[in-house]
Design a protein around this ligand. Structure first.
Ligand code: FES
Ligand code: FES
Length: 160
């Protein structure tokens, strides 16, 4: 059913008319041109499509867009502010925490939500929090280091 759907996306109001059963992933990528959010498995397993909704990491491949009404969504495109990358983006670059990069936006958005809730996570908490974001290039160890570095910068204890 075609319906009007309004939500906030990367700090700006968005209004679309579409079938509310379509997934947020395809609305972001096809209708709104935000291709930083990736399609991996399409079945809620890999985490490549992760965005943040009202502070929580969600899998946009499994989220009907009607469920986003009135919510606040942040995608990888929304992290940079006034030309400055987010500490997580800078730290992933500094630590070379990717190879092909296909999982990276999902990893960063999952980590963003994790750090919103806990700015001083232990290694074990990071590993547990990132466990379901898969990387076929094997960048997990460097991603964990990047998340620790980003947390330090956000806490004002390190400059990247
Ligand atoms: S594409 Fe959504 S979890 Fe894999
Ligand atoms: S960097 Fe290639 S899948 Fe993670």
């Amino acid at each position: 059913m075609i319906e009007a759907i309004q939500f906030k996306l990367n700090d700006k109001p968005v209004s679309i008319e579409t079938d509310g059963e379509r997934t947020l992933l395809w609305v972001l990528r096809v209708d709104l041109g935000l291709t930083g959010t990736k399609y991996g498995c399409g079945e809620s397993h890999c985490g490549a499509c992760t965005v943040v909704m009202n502070g929580d990491a969600v899998r946009s491949c499994a989220l009907p867009v009607k469920d986003v009404k009135g919510k606040e969504v942040i995608t990888i495109e929304g992290l940079e502010k006034n030309g400055t990358l987010h500490p997580l983006q800078k730290a992933f670059i500094e630590h070379n925490a990717f190879q092909c990069g296909f999982c990276t936006s999902g990893m960063i958005m999952n980590a963003y939500s994790l750090l919103l809730k806990n700015l001083k996570p232990t290694d074990a908490q990071i590993i547990e929090g990132m466990d379901n974001n898969l990387c076929r290039c094997g960048s997990h160890i460097r991603a964990i280091e990047a998340i620790k570095t980003a947390a330090l910068e956000i806490r004002g204890e390190k400059k990247i």
